[in-house]
Ligand binder design. Structure first.
Ligand SMILES: [Ca+2]
Ligand SMILES: [Ca+2]
Length: 198
């Protein structure tokens, strides 16, 4: 049987972020070549095996759970806490430059991942208000979150309401605050979400 090539779920031809380097491209080409070789070797005898392997190629079951470029896997997501301390807008741009976005925890598990990686330090996460108070636009491109739907507020939060518009994690809970405050932030890769990876 052929050696399985462990490469991430990415596609050639699409525009890739900066960490998508030559090595990954080579690994992906090797995966495609392995798929072609496997197709050539298909016979009536190994039909079932062929189908199983094809499922693996298609759905990434042979793919490693590792995240690229210094990101760490948690609850299926790839996260990183860069070393800089920036205002919300600059932090947002810094994540984009990594091919990522400010992290948007959408479950208790994902929130716990951000708390663990923040390690008690205050961080920006990817939620901010634009116009309508109480409606937080999410940097992951998903549905906005509203004040009443958010289960992660700290005691007494949100307390600044109309005067501030950005979300930080402060003392391990969510807090609406002034966007200009320079502090650390959490980035999350848009691609590479792997719910099957811990
Ligand atoms: Ca507000
Ligand atoms: Ca607040």
């Amino acid at each position: 049987m052929e050696q399985e090539t462990r490469v991430p779920l990415v596609q050639l031809g699409r525009r890739q972020p900066p960490w998508f380097d030559r090595e990954l491209r080579a690994a992906l080409r090797e995966k495609e070549a392995a798929h072609r070789r496997m197709k050539k070797a298909r016979t009536a005898d190994n039909n079932e095996l062929f189908r199983e392997k094809r499922r693996g190629f298609k759905h990434g079951s042979t793919v490693s759970c590792a995240c690229p470029g210094g990101f760490s896997r948690c609850a299926g997501r790839c996260l990183i806490r860069p070393p800089q301390e920036l205002g919300f807008t600059e932090a947002k741009a810094a994540c984009v430059s990594l091919g990522a976005h400010l992290a948007v925890p959408r479950s208790a598990e994902e929130n716990q991942c951000v708390l663990t990686m923040a390690a008690g330090v205050d961080v920006w996460i990817g939620l901010s208000e634009h116009g309508e108070d109480g409606v937080f636009v999410a940097e992951d491109g998903g549905e906005p979150m509203t004040t009443v739907d958010i289960p992660f507020w700290g005691a007494g939060e949100p307390n600044n309401r109309s005067t501030v518009n950005c979300m930080q994690i402060w003392q391990n809970a969510w807090d609406d605050t002034d966007c200009d405050w320079p502090q650390k932030f959490m980035c999350q890769l848009r691609l590479w979400n792997r719910p099957d990876c811990a």
